[in-house]
Design a binder for this molecule. Structure first.
Ligand code: SF4
Ligand code: SF4
Length: 97
């Protein structure tokens, strides 16, 4: 009978049974155009993994911009793209890591 476990060190799901399958979670990389950001916080609020927060630093317009605060293995960017979809200023982008 198949069973599965999450390998905490490598963030991999390993399913054992008739077949041995290793599924690596998709990881994302985030880019922020700081001076375009208006600090609205939409990306922070709606990120489904909760891996964004507003920096304590200011951009050139005086707004706090988002930074990544991952806590592996569970709290990682999954490259869903929702932050870039929801940003009204086109200030944040994602790509697969
Ligand atoms: S790509 Fe998805 S998981 Fe990654 S920071 Fe953006 S909203 Fe969050
Ligand atoms: S949604 Fe866009 S403008 Fe708003 S805080 Fe995030 S990056 Fe800045």
């Amino acid at each position: 009978m198949a069973n599965s476990k999450l390998d905490n060190q490598n963030s991999e799901v390993v399913i054992r049974g008739k077949f041995n399958v290793t599924i690596k979670p998709v990881r994302g990389r985030i880019y922020v155009i700081r001076d375009r950001c208006k600090g609205c916080g939409f990306c922070v609020t709606f990120c489904p993994k909760g891996v964004l927060e507003l920096s304590e630093d200011f951009n050139s317009k005086g707004y706090h911009y988002p930074i990544l605060k991952e806590e592996p293995p569970d709290k990682i960017c999954i490259n869903c793209g929702f932050c870039s979809l929801i940003c009204p200023e086109f200030a944040i982008f994602n790509e697969e890591d």
